[in-house]
Design a protein around this ligand. Structure first.
Ligand code: ZN
Ligand code: ZN
Length: 137
């Protein structure tokens, strides 16, 4: 994992610094997180401004990406470090869940874009609504 990260950074003339490693660790094997949560979890090791700068860099280099959910967003590692997937977001309690993977959905998106002469490099699809928990209360 760190090798992939270091290689990606190096390709862009950036190095794997301690703060970058820390932020990467905070994102690894985690649900998508808001910036507030990341800043809080990094506190004591990486200051707020560096967290924002690092996430900005990660987004630019395709290491992490932003999920737009309603009026805010959460950060998650990109498909390079995480298997490609989609999310369901509960607008009532704020929970983010993974959508079960479905090859047909992926093929369909690719073939639809191909038909338009478009060659896709990736896509994101977020579904919002109410989770089972919130629906039942
Ligand atoms: Zn909910
Ligand atoms: Zn997909």
């Amino acid at each position: 994992m760190y090798d992939d990260l270091a290689a990606l950074l190096k390709k862009n003339n950036a190095s794997l610094t301690q703060p970058r490693k820390k932020i990467f660790d905070l994102l690894l094997n985690q649900e998508p997180q808001t910036m507030q949560v990341l800043v809080r979890r990094a506190a004591g090791e990486v200051d707020r401004a560096s967290v924002y700068r690092t996430i900005e860099l990660f987004e630019r280099l395709g290491i992490a990406h932003r999920l737009n959910i309603g009026w805010k967003y959460k950060i998650e590692l990109s498909d390079v470090f995480l298997e490609h997937h989609h999310h369901m977001y509960c607008t009532n309690c704020g929970k983010t869940m993974d959508l079960p993977s479905n090859p047909m959905l992926e093929t369909m998106i690719d073939s639809l874009t191909n038909k338009e002469g478009f060659s896709p490099r990736g896509h994101s699809l977020e579904v919002y609504g109410w989770c089972a928990n919130c629906r039942n209360t």
